[in-house]
Structures are given as C-alpha cells and as structure tokens.
Design a protein around this ligand. Structure first.
Ligand SMILES: Nc1ncnc2c1ncn2[C@@H]1O[C@H](COP(=O)(O)OP(=O)(O)O)[C@@H](O)[C@H]1O
Ligand SMILES: O=C(CO)[C@@H](O)[C@H](O)[C@H](O)[C@H](O)COP(=O)(O)O
Length: 466
C-alpha cells in the first residue's frame, strides 16, 4: 500500500495542500483555496492583520477536498507558511477539537502579518541593536511584540504563547503546551542569531521583552511531535515536522542545481541563489542592502532579494478596479478581471508607461513608495497599465538582485515558481525580458510540495522509506 506525505502551505493569499506519494516522490493530489482573511485596518496605523479563524477554516476545507482514502495512509505531515508574522494564544486553550476529526481556532489573536506597517523607522531605531546579521524590519515578529509592549501592553497580557501561523497549526496538531520554531522562521522574527541558532535573550531581557513568548528552537527539517488526535482521517500519532518557511520550501521544490537561481512570485516576490557551503554571514546587519542571507538547511544559506511587492501589486490593482466599478454600478469577479487584464496586456507587447510599483516600500528602503511616470493620452488603456505594472514588478526585483550579481555567483538559469507566475503569462514574458539568463518554469514548484519533499528526503535518509 502506498504511503503519502501531506504538505501544507499557509500563504498570505491562499492555503495549498498536496499529497506526495513517498516511493515515487510525486504529487498525487493537490488543492488550493484563497483564505479571504484580510482584516480592514480601521485604525489608520498601517496595521495588516488576518483572521485566524478564517485561515484555519480554509485549512479544514482545503484538506477536506483531498481524497479521504489517501489521507488515511498519510505517514507524516509537513507545514510551511508565510514568515515574519506573529499570532498569540493561551497554552492548552488555542483550539477546539470537533469529533476527533478537525480543529478550529479558539481565543487566539489575529495573525499580524509581514505586511504590517506599524513599526516606523523611528520606532525601529528606538529598539536595541540585534546580535544578528539580519536587520530588523516592520512586520517581523519580535518588532511587532515590541510594538505591542510599548503601545498596547494590556493586549499581551491575554496570551502565553506566540508563533507564526504555521507554528500555531503544528502546536495544535501535536497538542503542545508551547511553540517550537525552526531557524528559518525564527530568523524572520529578528533578534535571532543564525550562527548559534539562539535568540538574543540577553539583549531582549535588557529591553523588558516578554521572553516567555519566544518559541523553543528546533532544527529546520526536525520533528515537532505527533498528531494528538485523528485529523481529517489521518490517524493520531502521525509524525509532524516543525514548520518551515514558505520561501525556503518553494526553493526546495524546484532548485535542482547549485547553478539555478529561483524566482518565486506569490503574494510577495523573492529572487535567490544558494551560497557556497562554507559561506558565513557578516557579523552585523546591513540595513541598506537589498540582498540578505537567510538560513536554508543545516548550516547553509541562500542569498535573497526579498521584495514586499510581488503578486500583491496586481491583486491591489484588481481590488482598485473592483471598487471603482462598484462605485460605477458594475460588478465582475476577480478571476474574470485577472483574465481580461492579462489578455489586454498580452495584446500590448510594450508600453512607454512606467510604473514603479513599490506600494509597500522595500525593507532596505521603506519610504520609497510607488510612482507612475511617462503618462500620455495614448498609454492609458488597461493593456498599457497592466503591461507596465508587470514590467515594474520585474524591474524592481531585478534592481534588488541585478543579473550581473547572478552571473558573478555562477547562476546559469532562472527557475520560475509561485502561482502569480504560473497564472500570469504577462509576468512570465516580463521575467524573460528582465534577465539574460534562460528561464524555465518549475513543475509543481511551490512551498506545499517543497515541505512534503523535505520530509520525504529526511525519511529516505533515515531509511524509513525503502
Ligand atoms: N485569477 C488569477 N489569475 C492570475 N493571477 C492571480 C489570480 N488570482 C490570484 N492571482 C495572483 O496570485 C497571487 C497570490 O498567489 P498565492 O500563491 O495564492 O499566494 P501566497 O502563496 O502568498 O498565498 C496574487 O497576489 C495574484 O497576483
Ligand atoms: O522575506 C522573505 C524571505 O526572506 C519573504 O518575502 C517571505 O517569503 C514573505 O514575507 C512571506 O513568507 C510571504 O510569502 P508569500 O505569502 O508571498 O508566499
């Protein structure tokens, strides 16, 4: 009888699940559903939160679409998800289990995501310097906790545990009292040293940070525990991997040679290549650099240009059009709008219109927001604007990680991944124009597949799969 690994990715826009057949290492079933969990910011503070209850409901619906007979033969579960963000819960009280088959979120906070803009540059510079090569940015878990500590200390009093959304699901599945976190996610929170794999506890303690909220660190590719109950037909006692970063897992799914760079465009966008095995990160942060060095597996690192402006730029354009049309009394579904916009831009191969689409700024340059230039009466069609937006997304990431930098690193080709690339031919055309290196598109290149592959390879190494 075949055994399967369940891979689950909790992205910013959607939840994706796959079943990977362990012997052939192939995907036999997959599903994806949008979480529609964004909470409108009423505060004017640039808060970006998502509704935890909705995210977990989407997980339940998405897994419910997988074949139940195969779920009964799942031998391990791996999770990845959006990094940097934080949610809070109370030990032993973070969820309700129903009929020993699924759980729903209970008494948790909302998820404060990587897109949260509440930590201004002034606020960040008032925090202690981290002992890490990674600089701190708004939306990073520890910065968010500091923000609550200083602005709404009563909010933190309600909770005893914190983690990313993927860590929360792992804790609930395994019935853990606390939270375990891998260096991939811990590094994305800030105040974590990737050489020692330890939190900067002394620095944080000195600043009055609630140390009890720091998760316990376990290796990337390690186990968190076993399922506490049956879950969607998967038997209780099934091993669960400690949650990984969605970025690292998307790379794992499609980087087949050290000479590959990976360009992932989902809600955000990342362009990355693997650093040599003996690479050691610098001692201190380089906040003005558009390239950072993030932990991958074991002691290895990836060099990455992590842009805050990827598929979300197009999603914002679609949202803007929808709201304009609503005001004008017209209705159209998002999927219909995407299709029409992509078709218009395919018929408009070039445009003089220039869009710099950094709607969220970038971590190395937070105040550099978007601009449109070179506007003329003849370049205002939907085709022109959509073409210019897609080109702008690629120009921005190529300015953060120039083609020459890839060449110096020995990159021979770029592998495209992520659903914004998979679903948008205009973006694919612009990727091919932006870089001289040949571009290929990964089959099954995504984080849910990547996290399942990580577990599959671990079990092979341990001879659990023959
Ligand atoms: N119908 C569509 N057609 C083309 N692109 C789409 C469509 N729906 C969403 N997208 C793109 O996909 C992006 C979200 O990708 P997804 O993989 O779901 O994100 P994440 O992994 O961050 O959850 C959106 O920001 C948007 O650019
Ligand atoms: O900074 C990085 C990677 O270092 C990121 O951009 C990171 O992948 C993202 O912030 C989140 O994980 C969101 O990913 P996604 O939802 O866009 O797939």
């Amino acid at each position: 009888m075949s055994a399967y690994i369940l891979g689950l990715d909790l992205g910013t826009t959607s939840v994706k699940v796959v079943l990977l057949e362990t012997v052939s290492r192939t995907v036999v079933a997959s599903q994806s559903l949008s979480t529609s969990s964004a909470i409108i910011d009423q505060s004017g503070e640039k808060a970006k939160e998502q509704d935890t209850v909705r995210i977990i409901d989407t997980v339940n619906r998405c897994i419910g679409l997988l074949p139940r007979d195969k779920l009964q033969h799942v031998s391990s579960i791996g999770l990845s998800g959006q990094m940097h963000g934080v949610l809070f819960w109370k030990a032993k009280r973070g969820c309700n289990w129903s009929k020993r088959d699924f759980f729903t979120a209970r008494d948790t906070s909302q998820l404060i995501t990587w897109q949260d803009g509440r930590c201004s540059s002034n606020f960040l510079s008032s925090l202690p310097n981290p002992d890490s090569h990674l600089s701190l940015a708004t939306g990073f878990g520890c910065a968010t906790i500091f923000w609550y500590m200083r602005n709404r200390p009563e909010f933190l009093e309600d909770f005893t545990v914190a983690g990313t959304i993927q860590d929360y699901v792992v804790s609930m599945l395994c019935g853990l009292d606390g939270c375990v976190m891998t260096p991939q996610n811990a590094a994305s929170w800030g105040y974590f040293n990737t050489s020692s794999n330890q939190w900067n506890t002394d620095i944080l303690k000195g600043a009055g940070f609630p140390l009890g909220l720091l998760p316990q660190c376990v290796p990337s590719g390690g186990w968190a525990g076993q399922t506490y109950s049956d879950w969607h037909g998967i038997p209780a006692g099934t091993p669960v991997g400690a949650a990984l970063g969605d970025f690292q897992c998307s790379v794992y799914s499609c980087m087949s040679a050290r000479t590959d760079a990976v360009l992932n465009i989902s809600t955000s966008a990342q362009l990355t290549f693997a650093l040599p095995g003996d690479f050691k990160p610098p001692d201190s942060p380089q906040p003005a650099s558009s390239i950072s060095y993030v932990p991958y597996f074991e002691d290895s690192y990836l060099a990455v240009a992590a842009s805050l402006n990827g598929g979300n730029v197009l999603a914002t354009f679609v949202e803007m059009l929808t709201s304009w049309m609503k005001e004008l009394g017209v209705e159209m579904s998002d999927s219909c709008l995407y299709e029409k916009l992509i078709n218009c831009a395919l018929n408009q191969e070039t445009s003089e219109l220039s869009v710099s689409p950094t709607l969220l700024g970038e971590r190395h340059d937070p105040l550099c927001l978007g601009q449109v230039t070179n506007i003329s009466p003849t370049n205002l069609s939907l085709g022109h604007v959509t073409r210019a937006l897609c080109r702008g997304v690629l120009h921005n990431i190529a300015s953060m990680m120039p083609a020459e930098r890839l060449q110096q690193a020995g990159v021979c080709r770029i592998v495209g991944s992520g659903s914004a690339i998979a679903r948008n031919e205009v973006l694919r055309q612009e990727v091919e124009k932006a870089f001289p290196q040949p571009v290929v598109y990964g089959q099954n290149a995504d984080s849910a597949v990547g996290v399942a592959m990580v577990l599959c390879d671990l079990m092979r190494e341990a001879y659990i799969i023959k």
